[in-house]
Design a binder for this molecule. Sequence first.
Ligand SMILES: Nc1ncnc2c1ncn2[C@@H]1O[C@H](COP(=O)(O)OP(=O)(O)O)[C@@H](O)[C@H]1O
Ligand SMILES: [Mg+2]
Length: 394
Amino acid sequence: MQEIRAKRIKKFREFEAAHQDKSIWLYCGGKNSGKSHRVGQIMVQDLFEKDDMRSLVTRATGPALHDTAYQTIVDILQSWNLNPPMTRSPGNMRITNGRNQILFRPMDERSKFKSLNVNDVWIEEATELSWEEFTFLLLQARRPNKNRKNRIYLTCNTDHPYSWVRERIAEDSRDDVAVLYTTVYDNPFATERDIQVLENLKEQNIQLWRAYLKGEWAAPEGLIFSKYELTKDFPDTWDARIWGIDRGFNNPTAVTKICLVDGEPWIRGILYRTGMTTPQLIAWVKQHIPTNEQIWADLTPDQLQEFQQAGYYAIYPAPKAPGSRRRNALFCQRFTFHLCPDDYDYLKEIRSFAWKTDKDGKILEDPIDIFNHYMDATMYPLYGFFNQPRAGIL
Ligand SMILES: Nc1ncnc2c1ncn2[C@@H]1O[C@H](COP(=O)(O)OP(=O)(O)O)[C@@H](O)[C@H]1O
Ligand SMILES: [Mg+2]
């Protein structure tokens, strides 16, 4: 056993000290307030400080679990110079320290873990799960625990006001539940930029500002693309395949692949990465997009030329002009998007991509200028393909 001194945010420290007797701890509130990081710390502390402790970390889908909660825990281990053995094979991700373990299992593989018998459970982005899935997880936390009562940790943003997390946990005054609301202002590790992005929401969409900056229960109003269907299938044949690139550096560079079948788009987000240089992007594109396919990209003329020199002769400038985001959005609203439930960066954007509102919540005629990287990378090729003349093609 080894004691770890975690740098804990004050609000978390006080909350945890006050609620040791509670078996469900809900950490909710705004974005970037340190919720996931804190519960990740607890998982790691228990791995090293407790005895015979088995924790389960879960989220709705596998890729999302891997890129968030799992990655958070790996980062924390690294920052504390800890190197416990890890098993990373698909379907069996775990970190072990003597008799203690952290298991990672996504809920969409639930049929494979009929019964797990664990002590604690961390449900990341709990609002993605149903009440029935939550009660199933409660039943998993039955393993005898010599350290203390087993505990369920829930983390989520307050952007699903009609979720069971709010109605049956946060506001149901159950005596086994402790609830903590935090915001980015509680997190001394948040950057100026993190704060700025959230503060800017006030000018863009008041409901998003309430949920993500203020940590109040509020659903985005005026969502632009609400017609979409989730399916893991992706067509093997298509009438056309088109690609979209929205270039960013501090913001992510987003790349989409779109297959059109009978006029309906099947969309995958395939790249969402910050800090990429143009040569890095070209190298990545060369590995993923055939040179003869049609791409609409938000690039400077010089960058477009670099892509053309790399062999991409059907790359077109993004359809952009003053007011074009509104025009592109209105055009694309006619489609039903077919999306993959694993594409969580994409889904995160589409579920927040809304019309701007004024301070009274009245919906304005312009899309917000945030959460729009995959959205732009979708609208450019869709609008471009159906509306722009392309020399030498079709
Ligand atoms: N105790 C901490 N030590 C170092 N960095 C932290 C700590 N708590 C939070 N952070 C950093 O703050 C940022 C936001 O934290 P995160 O847990 O992702 O927020 P949330 O889950 O509330 O959206 C992340 O970059 C995270 O690494
Ligand atoms: Mg989080």
